[in-house]
Design a protein around this ligand. Structure first.
Ligand code: AR6
Length: 202
């Protein structure tokens, strides 16, 4: 939506480094930005959580700090979450409407297909939760690509492929916009390479 784009653009100068593209929009339905996911005024941001759902480092820590202690209080009532699955909470002090907490796999280079199945589950279950809750836009952090060690290029392919399949399906019609949020150079590079192969630039 226009207001979403406006808010994203407004956030850019203060939050994003000089290497960032000034235009966060890739096409009508897909966005790619680099920056702090906690600053986005979208329907839901997706947290890269762990099975306890009780907070941690990385983006999880940033989200809990920005949301305030009521987020942890709600998370305590959820009884954790399985790897490859997601749960939704309110967003408290965050500018988004909801937080979707998904649990990515710790990358297993002996059994990469197990990791892939779990990572696909993270994206799919998060998209499904957004639709079930009537949300129109969702912003993903790079699930598992930080502390959990998933190779950035492989993770970007799985993220884009899962999102593309979902948007092409019945429930995908209920979503207006999916935004991929990158943070570190390795993920910026991976998405710059992979995203245009899945989604045509406008
Ligand atoms: N905004 C957007 N992306 C960020 C931010 C931020 N503020 N901070 C980090 N990233 P990670 P994981 C990126 O390690 O690999 C936690 O302790 C980061 O560059 O946060 O799924 C949890 O509690 C990377 O691309 O999550 C779990 O124990 C992405 O976010 C564990 O880490 C995810 O990196 C989960 O590990």
């Amino acid at each position: 939506s226009l207001s979403l784009l406006y808010k994203l653009k407004k956030l850019h100068p203060s939050k994003l480094g000089p290497t960032t593209d000034a235009n966060p929009s890739h096409n009508d339905r897909i966005g790619l930005i680099r920056g702090d996911i906690t600053s986005l005024s979208v329907g839901a941001i997706v947290n890269a959580a762990n099975r306890s759902l009780l907070g941690g480092g990385g983006v999880d820590g940033a989200i809990h700090r920005a949301a305030g202690p009521r987020l942890l209080a709600e998370c305590r009532t959820l009884d954790g979450c399985a790897t490859g699955s997601s749960k939704i909470t309110d967003a408290y002090e965050l500018p988004c409407n909801k937080v979707i907490h998904t649990v990515g796999p710790v990358y297993d280079d002996i059994h990469p297909s197990r990791s892939e199945t779990a990572l696909r589950g993270c994206y799919k279950s998060s998209l499904q939760l957004a639709v079930e809750n009537g949300l129109k836009s969702i912003a993903f952090s790079g699930i598992s690509t930080g502390i959990y060690g998933y190779p950035s290029m492989d993770a970007a392919v799985i993220a884009c492929d899962t999102v593309q399949k979902f948007l092409d399906g019945h429930d995908g019609q209920k979503l207006d916009k999916v935004i991929f949020v990158t943070f570190e150079d390795k993920d910026v590079n991976a998405y710059n390479h992979v995203l245009p192969r899945f989604f045509p630039p406008s």
